[in-house]
Design a protein around this ligand. Structure first.
Ligand code: ME8
Length: 499
């Protein structure tokens, strides 16, 4: 494992407001960052997110809002920043592609690739989807519709600049075969490999004529063109960490990234275009690209173009931030699609949070108050104890299970491991019946019993912290050092009948 951790989310388009899908990737990155800060120290973790602010979609949205593109992106990128603040997202840097630090690097990259002959001038004739900014083959655009957004494609002819993807196809295939962990989950790796084996890569059109689109980064060698938004956007991952800075350093402290997170919709850009761009520039590749699944509403992907988006803040207002974060990370194995509904949030909330976690904490603290006047019994537990041994073994195991889960971006299995401990502790209470110990005045056993529960909760809070920072802190505060400060139940049950 590298001794630093650089993690990125996609930079989101600012043509519409953020929704649950955006918050999913960003919260996942936040969980990993918080976890890695605990493991490696704060100074060794860098969490980058940001906004993608050029291109046709943005220009159109700005026109519709009757704002200049710059005013429009200034306004909408703030929405993302403010949402991340409300969701306790602890990013280290937020990059906007309209920033000077980014534009400089994009132009540098274009210039280098042009001088090396990897970018050349050519003529493009074919089908184009304006909203998606994607060129399509006749065979792909069946019925004259864009296969992605299902809107009509246009026929266009123009002079443009192309990046020689085709030249590097064999290299990329070879790289993938040698680095089977480069793309995760495995299904996405297979998909990329198959795509490269079965298709001949076309060179990538990386420019747009200014008369059709002016809202972009000008090509340094062709005044009449701006850069294609994807070519511009991918470079954020290196521009944000100071590649090609004034000292000519090609590598900063952070590059290469340990992990690029995204959903499967933008897999190809990250597993084909981006590695080839970096390779052509002689820059090392990121360690891993993870493309998770989609949140769906019924059978449809949640997306602004389908008009079925849910605002994360509405969910947070109804169920609380940590319940929302928990739900996203627990409900669906990262990598698979998930179906989003409030019923499933409520179900998770009531069973995992109110019943399991909330009750364990509340009952334990109530017993510390009742039997020991709030003072945590000052004894040392032995792993050989007949009554505590099993739970202590589980606690001992928890760190490595959480670490294995998060190492594979398997959030739900890391949480499952924590919940196994919670379930075991709850069972232990029911089985031991502490009220009987108290009645029979079995002080030593009662002390051991309570101490075990307190230690369990402490461990649970420690491991929950990356997922649910506020809940973890609240538990830690309630536990105090030696005397508890019990608060209200963490997750009061949601009564569905009343809703
Ligand atoms: O593609 N389920 O930006 P974008 C899960 N600017 N995740 C979802 C989702 C859903 N239904 N909908 C969106 C772009 N996402 C480019 C990226 S990167 C150099 C440039 C998340 O605003 C997911 O992370 O369309 C997906 O990959 C991303 O938002 C797409 O965001």
């Amino acid at each position: 494992m590298a001794n630093k951790f650089y993690i990125t989310t996609p930079i989101y388009y600012v043509n519409a407001s953020p929704h649950i899908g955006h918050s999913y990737t960003t919260i996942a990155a936040d969980v990993l960052s918080r976890y890695m800060r605990q493991a490696l120290g704060k100074e060794n973790v860098w969490f980058l997110t940001g906004t993608d602010e050029h291109g046709q979609k943005i220009q159109k949205a700005a026109d519709a809002a009757k704002l200049s593109p710059q005013d429009f992106v200034d306004k909408t990128s703030e929405q993302f920043k403010s949402l991340w603040k409300s969701l306790d997202v602890s990013y280290d840097d937020f990059i906007r592609t309209t920033e000077e630090r980014h534009i400089k690097v994009v132009q540098k990259v274009l210039q280098i690739l042009y001088e090396r002959g990897d970018i050349y001038e050519g003529r493009y004739e074919g089908l184009y989807c304006t909203p998606c900014e994607t060129f399509w083959l006749e065979s792909q655009a069946t019925g004259g519709l864009c296969p992605d957004c299902r809107r009509p494609v246009e026929h266009i002819v123009e002079t443009n600049y192309f990046f020689k993807l085709s030249k590097y196809q064999e290299w990329l295939l070879d790289h993938l075969k040698k680095n089977t962990d480069f793309i995760k989950p495995a299904s996405r790796y297979e998909e990329t490999l198959r795509f490269l084996e079965l298709n001949k890569l076309n060179d990538l059109c990386i420019s747009r004529p200014k008369e059709r689109l002016s809202w972009g980064i000008p090509l340094p060698f062709a005044a009449g063109h701006v850069a294609y938004v994807w070519f511009d956007a991918l470079i954020n991952y290196i521009s944000a960490v100071g590649s090609f800075d004034d000292k000519g350093n090609y590598q900063s402290k952070w590059w290469p990234a340990q992990l690029h997170l995204m959903a499967k919709d933008i897999l190809r850009q990250h597993t084909v275009y981006w590695p080839i761009m970096l390779h052509a520039l002689n820059i090392p590749l990121p360690q891993k690209v993870f493309a998770h699944g989609w949140w769906m509403i019924n059978e449809d992907k949640m997306s602004k173009s389908r008009g079925n988006v849910v605002n994360p803040l509405d969910m947070v207002e109804k169920y609380g931030l940590d319940a929302y974060r928990y739900f996203l990370m627990r409900e669906v194995p990262f990598g698979l699609d998930g179906s989003f509904s409030e019923e499933s949030i409520i179900k998770r909330y009531n069973s995992d949070l109110a019943n399991d976690l909330g009750n364990l904490v509340y009952r334990t603290l109530t017993m510390v108050e009742k039997y020991f006047n709030g003072a945590i019994p000052d004894i040392k537990l032995s792993p050989d104890s007949k009554t505590s041994g099993e739970i202590l073994a589980k606690i001992k195991d928890l760190g490595s299970r959480v670490s294995a889960g998060l190492g594979d971006q398997d959030f739900s299995s890391a949480l499952e491991a924590i919940w196994e401990l919670i379930a075991m502790a709850n069972k232990h209470i029911e089985y031991t019946k502490p009220w009987n110990l108290a009645k029979e005045n079995k002080q030593d056993e009662l002390k051991e019993f309570i101490r075990l529960l307190v230690d369990t909760i402490r461990e649970v809070a420690r491991h929950l912290y990356p997922f649910m920072p506020r809940t973890a802190e609240s538990i830690q505060i309630q536990l105090g050092a030696t005397v508890i400060k019990k608060g209200n139940p963490l997750f009061p049950r949601i009564e569905t009948e009343k809703k």
